[in-house]
Design a protein around this ligand. Structure first.
Ligand SMILES: [Zn+2]
Length: 371
């Protein structure tokens, strides 16, 4: 349909629905929709300072731990977190790569839980070996539960929840693309999928490999920013494919690496990706463009919308981007929504479009996208 005609029809429908949105109460409509599916996937971003640590809990309670921060963070931070929520075993562990800010705490977690018998299925990594004490401690702790994750492998984590490995040890699905020894470039890269929700975990991978990864990653909702927001990661080539509505930067105050790089933060802001950092580090997003949690936070999703919350964060709920192109904000701070634009369309009108989808589902979709 012609652009002009589509736009006119869209505006007419939007304006005719705005009144209905107000009187019926959008909050109630969306709350009902979200709670209709009670099964929630949780992604906990555990603040380990300068390092990575994520705990994913499936709707039926299966758990996967991706990295556990530096030496000392496993015992000092991750284990207490697991204890607080009564987790005594992990279904899977994934080590993104062998730098100590990722695997340093894994042995402390495994040993603290009582040994590798508390890893139900497997501890996945890129294979090969590495020369460091953190690595040998990690290998000793996981023992026979160690398994190599290959680039074409899918972890069937739980019903409806899959984790695709799209890079490992320098390989992607099409074969080896990097044969050097830079540990960051060898990172395991994962895409988590639950219904229409998608999140990318790239470890500390970088612009050497990102162009090859991007086509396999596709458009995601949440981007775990690679390598703590370093200047050499999050290339525009990757971001143009990922189009992340949300970016999560695990980073530590006082780090000497300049993480996150202010240019990387600017690229994410330019992509209109709302940023959540665990700590401030070397840069933080401008106000209205992101927040610093100064602690743990979590993403909870039913697969169609997702909510990000933490002790010092403004809770935000958004539709997945396949549900609303570029992600529609449903609520933020009890519906006190900040200015947010879809192209040049204010958020309130975008919300009306989603409302209209629900009640007039047979109207041609392309008309509404033709803006
Ligand atoms: Zn790192």
């Amino acid at each position: 349909m012609g652009k002009g005609k589509g736009s006119l029809i869209t505006i007419f429908l939007v304006l005719s629905n705005l009144g209905a949105c107000k009187s019926l109460g959008l909050q109630h409509i969306y709350t009902t929709e979200i709670s209709a599916t009670s099964s929630k996937l949780e992604i906990h971003v555990i603040n380990v300072g300068q390092g990575d640590c994520f705990l994913i809990i499936s709707p039926s309670g299966k758990r996967i731990l991706i990295d556990a921060g530096n030496n000392g963070e496993g015992a000092g931070c991750v284990l207490p977190f697991l204890n607080d929520i009564s987790i005594t075993s992990l279904d899977y562990i994934v080590a993104s790569h062998y730098h100590s800010d990722h695997i340093g705490g894994l042995d402390e977690v495994v040993n603290g839980l009582g040994g590798n018998a508390h890893i139900v299925f497997a501890a996945y990594d890129r294979g090969g070996s590495y020369n460091s004490k953190a690595y040998t401690d990690y290998i000793d702790a996981i023992g026979a539960k160690r398994a190599t994750l290959s680039a074409d492998q899918t972890i069937k984590f739980d019903d409806g929840v899959i984790i695709e490995c799209i890079a490992s040890n320098g390989s992607i699905h099409d074969g080896q693309i990097y044969s050097g020894v830079d540990e960051n470039t060898l990172s395991v890269v994962l895409v988590l999928k639950y219904h229409t929700f998608e999140m990318y975990f790239g470890g500390d991978s970088n612009s050497i490999i990102e162009p090859y990864l991007a086509p396999y990653a596709g458009d995601v909702d949440v981007y775990k920013v690679s390598h703590h927001g370093s200047a050499t990661s999050s290339s525009q080539q990757l971001l143009d494919i990922l189009k992340p509505e949300i970016s999560v930067i695990p980073v530590g105050d006082g780090n000497t690496y300049g993480h996150p790089d202010s240019g990387t933060v600017s690229r994410l802001v330019y992509m209109n990706s709302y940023i959540y950092q665990t700590e401030t580090g070397s840069a933080s997003p401008p106000s209205e463009k992101g927040e610093v949690a100064n602690g743990n936070f979590k993403i909870v999703t039913d697969g169609y919308s997702y909510t990000i919350s933490g002790a010092s964060l403004t809770p935000m709920t958004r539709l997945t981007d396949s549900r609303a192109p570029e992600g529609g904000i449903i609520s933020m701070n009890n519906m006190i929504c900040r200015g947010f634009w879809w192209g040049r369309i204010p958020f309130a009108i975008r919300t009306a479009i989603d409302f209209r989808f629900d009640f007039f589902p047979n109207y041609p979709l392309e008309v509404l996208k033709d803006n």
